[in-house]
Each structure stands twice: as structure tokens, then as C-alpha cells.
Write a protein of this length. Structure first.
Length: 107
């Protein structure tokens, strides 16, 4: 029997989350291409890490979503990867810049 720490999950990035990730990349690239590449590498590495133990991260609380539906992980100092777990699937639904206002987002 496989315990939860050994279970492998499949990670799917929603098109809107992928677009948002590249928006962050393009914005930062205007200032520093090197920093933008580091950001993209870090986001992708963190998303890939969700293949193992995605439950390790805290529940995402927002007035716009049902309690407990999403979890999140921080990437770098300012980006929040918001995802949900369904069986052996992890769905990344949003990538948020935490420096922006907390107005309505995808999730």
C-alpha cells in the first residue's frame, strides 16, 4: 500500500493560470530578463513539486470560493500558486502576485 507521502499526483495548469504566469514573466522582463527567467524557473519548479504531497500546503481562504476547496503555496517572496486536489490530480487554477490588491481574482 502506498502512503500519501509516496503517492504521485498529476499536475495540470489551467490556461488562465498559465497566461497569468507569463504575464508576470513579461512584466518583470521589461526590467530584467535574468530576474524574469529566475521567476519562471522558480514558479515551474514549485508547481512541479506538487506531484508529491500537495496536501502539505495550507488551505486557501477567500470569500469568493467555498471553504477548503483550494490550497496554496508561496513561490519566491511574492507569488501565490492556488490549486485544488481531486483524487490523484492537482489543478493549478491561479498564480497571484501578492503585492497587488486583494480584489476579485480567478479564485
Amino acid at each position: 500500500m502506498v502512503n500519501n507521502s509516496e503517492k504521485e499526483y498529476t499536475v495540470i495548469i489551467a490556461p488562465a493560470a498559465n497566461d497569468r504566469m507569463y504575464d508576470h514573466f513579461e512584466f518583470l522582463a521589461r526590467v530584467s530578463e535574468t530576474a524574469a527567467e529566475r521567476l519562471l524557473d522558480k514558479l515551474i519548479a514549485d508547481i512541479r513539486s506538487l506531484t508529491h504531497m500537495p496536501h502539505r500546503n495550507p488551505v486557501y481562504v477567500s470569500r469568493y470560493v467555498p471553504p477548503g476547496k483550494y490550497r496554496y503555496m508561496m513561490s519566491g517572496d511574492r507569488y501565490r500558486i492556488v490549486y485544488q486536489i481531486d483524487g490523484n490530480m492537482v489543478y493549478v487554477d491561479d498564480i497571484q502576485d501578492c503585492r497587488q490588491s486583494d480584489g476579485f481574482k480567478l479564485v
